[in-house]
Design a protein around this ligand. Structure first.
Ligand SMILES: NC(=O)c1ccc[n+]([C@@H]2O[C@H](COP(=O)([O-])OP(=O)(O)OC[C@H]3O[C@@H](n4cnc5c(N)ncnc54)[C@H](OP(=O)(O)O)[C@@H]3O)[C@@H](O)[C@H]2O)c1
Length: 273
């Protein structure tokens, strides 16, 4: 893996980041952790909301209704680094269902990036109708220190709420849906200020529309999907103007681009700022 933008003043090589080269060297992981460091989460500072998404070169956000086929070994390494750096991982229920989400296991993060925190970050799932089953392993197999957090609404059936609350940290918000602002505020109240959103397109669109996304990490996969797959964002009426945008779309500022075997790893900042 190498850095290609901005033009590096020192050697661009980050080091082996893919399975083909064996496990990534500790030095490569440390360089990635530096490149993707969150702003200092000092007390009182605003939470930082980062999204990590993957798309094909023609913009598809899934292959056969899942994102795994778009990924590659370096992308999986970066995925693991970003999970390791996060206080909490947020996903919409559609993604949790499609991608069969489970609690993060200790082998799925780098312990050297978790010092001073729980060994693994918890998963937070957002669901209007509380579609997740109370005996779903995403809830039942989470470690005590990183119980899954379920955000839902008063529309969710009370019996189901009670069942889910036996295994998960249940947060019931007032409206017809979980407002993105309530979601971020509730996570920050729990001390989760380094927030990693892994999608999906509906939840991400809501966060962007609310002007709450600070950073988008986008992997561009070197393949063409060519079908009718959705994109990485969906349903964004009334998007707020970006900092440098034309008032009708979100402006993005390109932080850096890394490359590995044709995959591009783009870090955009100040999304809908
Ligand atoms: N390319 C990528 O990087 C990437 C990443 C993630 C997912 N994906 C793909 O995206 C597809 C899923 O898309 P999606 O748009 O359905 O995913 P999603 O945003 O994860 O899920 C949508 C669901 O999340 C819940 N939800 C979202 N916003 C809510 C809110 N404000 N309040 C309450 N509940 C809310 C609802 O769940 P309930 O129905 O339970 O009420 C809603 O049906 C899959 O094919 C997946 O593979 C791709």
């Amino acid at each position: 893996m190498r850095k290609i933008f901005p033009a590096p003043s020192t050697a661009p090589e980050i080091g082996p980041a893919g399975d083909g080269d064996g496990p990534p060297a500790e030095a490569a992981v440390a360089r990635l952790a530096t490149l993707y460091a969150y702003p200092d989460p000092a007390a009182g500072s605003a939470p930082w909301v980062r999204a990590n998404m993957v798309a094909s070169a023609d913009g598809a956000g899934s292959l056969d209704a899942r994102s795994g086929g778009l990924s590659g070994s370096a992308d999986r390494t970066l995925f693991k680094v970003l999970r390791s750096l996060a206080d909490v991982i947020v996903a919409g229920a559609g993604t949790a269902r499609a991608e069969r989400y489970r609690p993060v296991r200790e082998g799925e993060v780098w312990p050297q990036l978790r010092q001073g925190r729980t060994p693994t970050p918890p998963i937070a799932v957002v669901t209007r109708g509380l579609s997740i089953s109370a005996d779903d392993p995403l809830l039942t197999s989470a470690p005590q220190g990183a119980r899954t957090i379920v955000f839902t609404t008063k529309a969710a059936p009370p019996a189901r709420r009670a069942a889910v609350a036996r295994y998960a940290d249940l947060v019931v918000t007032g409206g017809d849906e979980v407002s993105p602002a309530d979601l971020v505020a509730a996570l920050a109240e729990r001390g989760h200020r380094r927030i990693l959103v892994e999608g999906g397109p509906t939840l991400l669109g809501e966060l962007v529309t609310a002007g709450l996304l600070d950073e988008l990490c986008l992997t561009v996969s070197p393949l063409l999907e060519g079908g009718h797959a959705g994109r990485i964002l969906a349903g964004m009426p009334g998007v707020k103007p970006g900092r440098d945008g034309d008032g009708s779309r979100c402006g993005l500022s390109l932080g850096h681009v890394l490359e590995d075997q044709g995959f591009l790893f783009c870090r955009y900042l100040n999304v809908a700022g």
